[in-house]
Design a protein around this ligand. Structure first.
Ligand SMILES: Cc1cc2nc3c(=O)[nH]c(=O)nc-3n(C[C@H](O)[C@H](O)[C@H](O)COP(=O)(O)OP(=O)(O)OC[C@H]3O[C@@H](n4cnc5c(N)ncnc54)[C@H](O)[C@@H]3O)c2cc1C
Length: 406
């Protein structure tokens, strides 16, 4: 264990941890956490560092669980798997495929650790699918007393608290996932004028497994996300549909024309860029209004902001702190360009979407305070009870979370 300076992927979060520990096994991880707990030291886990908020920070013990990787157990009948918490989503694709299974839905990148991804409610797009967290059926967590706690459907309220836990219940060592039979995807991305996206909106939502789009306020916008050349006022529309096993693979047809195993299609490469993102989830029934508010704001108030506006959909789930909790959702995201003074823009976005009871992605920039969290999440009191039971000495809080959950 030694002092360690940590920086996230976006380069906007840096801190120095007193101790850094990368255990080689679950037993080593448990021993390291117990030692910290016995000394009353705080503990946080670093995933792949792909969050933009200060949610990994600790001045005490920073754990890196990347060595805990891979599939631990598979249940072919129930289509489930237990995986090690430090596994990247990418590392799970091949072994699950070999067992005849796939993750139901994924986001735009797959380099996150599975535990880090579910900690913040990471998701993709598709009205029929919830976030990765919604597919979590069990967790192994070391609590703030150093006890190893196995949570599953038998302890349903703990599971609901653990599905999007922000690491506040303790380091997660194992994640149980409900999977689906292995499936393949065809990507058929297109460029459309915004007026056409609005006209075809309902059709595209129904016809494709995944429909999402980026609206470009300026001609420079598409380049920010490496989306090629897209005229201002047009959208890069991402369309994925499931295809049968006998459709030939087109693995290298470019981002817009690919057919392959699902886990190879989801990571789209569009995010290989430099930006700091904000993403808010609104009720899917308010999606069009949210998009209109954002377009108005960007055109009239912030014509110099070039960020594309990304729009995606998710099914409601039951995680206490899930942004999709209890409502089918549409996510709206924009980014500040690194190096630019983007906070006034993002604050204006917060004000524009706040009347729609927008809930932020926990891993992306937001402006919540404790009162807003308690208003936005009806199950906040129950989460707080479970948090206090799991972490009676507040060892898993850091300053960012103390402001929201102390
Ligand atoms: C380029 C880019 C693209 C993205 N695309 C998407 C997308 O398509 N959809 C989407 O929803 N989000 C997306 N995100 C956001 C990202 O998925 C989340 O921020 C996710 O939480 C990052 O996972 P990570 O492994 O990097 O975790 P980190 O950011 O390292 O950590 C996230 C949180 O999880 C905690 N944590 C990590 N591991 C554990 C553990 N084992 N036990 C307990 N707590 C733990 C950390 O302490 C921290 O609080 C994107 C981010 C970037 C930078």
């Amino acid at each position: 264990m030694s002092k360690f300076e940590w920086t996230n992927w976006g380069g906007n979060q840096t801190f120095t941890a007193e101790k850094f520990f990368r255990p080689a096994s679950e037993e080593e991880a448990i021993a390291g956490i117990r030692e910290a707990v016995s000394k009353g030291q705080s503990v946080r886990v670093a995933g792949s560092g792909h969050s933009f908020t200060p949610i990994v920070h600790t001045d005490s013990l920073l754990l890196d669980l990347r060595a805990l990787s891979g599939v631990i157990a598979i249940d072919n009948v129930k289509q489930r798997a237990q995986v090690a918490a430090g596994s990247t989503i990418a590392a799970l694709g091949e072994p699950l495929w070999s067992a005849g299974m796939s993750i139901e839905n994924q986001g735009d990148i797959d380099v996150q650790s599975i535990a880090g991804a579910i900690a913040t409610g990471t998701k993709g797009s598709g009205t029929a699918f919830g976030s990765l967290s919604s597919r979590v059926i069990s967790l192994r967590i070391v609590n703030g007393l150093g006890e190893v706690v196995d949570i599953d459907g038998e302890t349903a309220d703990y599971l609901r608290a653990g599905q999007v836990s922000l690491g506040l219940l303790g380091p997660v060592l194992r994640v149980g996932l409900q999977l689906v039979p292995a499936y393949r995807l065809k990507e058929e991305n297109i460029i459309l004028p915004m007026s056409e996206v609005l006209r075809q909106w309902d059709y595209l939502l129904g016809a494709y497994r995944h429909f999402s789009f980026w609206w470009m306020p300026t001609v420079r916008s598409a380049r920010m996300y490496k989306l090629g050349e897209v005229p201002a006022g047009h959208c890069f529309v991402k369309l994925l549909r499931e295809v049968s096993a006998d459709e030939p693979d087109i693995p290298r047809g470019g981002i817009n024309r690919r057919t392959d195993r699902a886990y190879r299609i989801y990571p789209d490469g569009t995010t290989d860029a430099e930006f700091h993102e904000l993403e808010y989830m609104v009720d899917a029934a308010d999606a069009r209004e949210a998009v209109e508010r954002m377009q108005h704001l960007m055109r009239t108030g912030f014509p110099d902001e070039i960020s594309p506006l990304q729009v995606r959909w998710q099914k409601a789930d039951t995680g206490y702190l899930s942004p999709q909790s209890g409502r089918n959702s549409t996510s709206i995201s924009v980014s500040g360009a690194i190096g630019s003074h983007y906070f006034p823009f993002l604050q204006a976005v917060d004000r524009a979407l706040r009347p729609l009871s927008a809930r932020p992605h926990w891993g992306k920039l937001h402006f919540l305070d404790r009162r807003r969290v308690s208003e936005l999440y009806p199950e906040y009191p129950r989460f707080m009870q479970i948090r206090r039971q799991m972490d009676p000495h507040n060892l898993f809080l850091n300053p960012h979370f103390a402001a929201l959950f102390a």
